[in-house]
Design a protein around this ligand. Structure first.
Ligand code: SAM
Length: 224
């Protein structure tokens, strides 16, 4: 059988948005639109293209994953992006979340510790025409001070605690969304820096991510 056409992928995406995302309560029209637009299948290995729009994470190599579409939507909505923001993502992985962010914000800086994932992600994002995404290789637990402060920071790996460096790099009024917990279970956490400078923490539900490994995350020897 020949590959499903782009039109069919578009239909799969639409079904994904309706049945997995909108039905579960994601309402931000810009987030829904971004999920309709970004060709998620291109961000997973070719042999998994037929599963790209299913309701679960998928392996992307090096023991890492692309998150479940609903989790991408939930975290993105929690960032409350309206267009003019400068965003930092920690954990580029496939580059899919970065593409969604690029649809919704002005500039996206995304850091990945594994060059073997960062380079192909950068190449794909470039090929798809995202000129406002900047891919960096390094330890994202330390943030990226040269471009700080950020209006929004998203961490797409599970942290044992909130890295202080990321809180420091949050602009006044900014939002940091990060899974915090142990190896197996984390709580999606949003920290808001109020215009007064005060920090406000909210808990958005349970989740499970691969480990955030770095100076202000899990240590290498804790890796399994
Ligand atoms: N956002 C990705 C996507 O859309 O495909 C999925 C991210 S995957 C669940 C988590 C990623 O975080 C992995 O690629 C992992 O290598 C990366 N990671 C873990 N610790 C990191 C760190 N300290 N700095 C940057 N990236 C890190």
């Amino acid at each position: 059988m020949s590959d499903p056409s782009e039109k069919e992928r578009e239909q799969e995406r639409h079904l994904m948005v309706e049945s997995q995302i909108r039905r579960r309560g994601i309402r931000d029209p810009r987030v829904l639109q971004a999920l309709e637009r970004v060709p998620r299948h291109l961000f997973v290995p070719r042999h998994l293209w037929d599963q790209a729009y299913n309701d679960y994470p998928l392996p992307i190599g090096d023991g890492q994953t692309i998150s479940q579409p609903y989790m991408v939507a939930l975290m993105t909505e929690a960032l409350e992006l309206t267009g003019p923001e400068k965003v930092l993502e920690v954990g580029t992985g496939s580059g899919y979340q970065a593409a969604i962010l690029a649809e919704l914000a002005r500039e996206v800086y995304t850091i990945e510790r594994l060059a073997s994932l960062a380079r192909p992600a950068e190449e794909l994002l470039h090929r798809l025409g995202y000129r406002n995404v900047h891919v960096l290789v390094g330890d994202g637990t330390l943030g990226w001070p040269p471009q700080a402060p950020y209006d929004a920071i998203i961490v797409t790996a599970g942290a044992p605690k909130v890295p202080p460096a990321l809180v420091e790099q949050l602009a006044l009024g900014g939002r940091l969304v990060i899974p915090v917990g142990d190896r197996w279970n984390q709580t999606l956490t949003r920290i808001r820096r109020l215009p007064t400078g005060e920090l406000k923490t909210e808990y958005l539900g349970g989740c499970r991510f691969v480990k955030l490994i770095g100076a202000q995350g899990w240590q290498m020897e804790e890796e399994d």
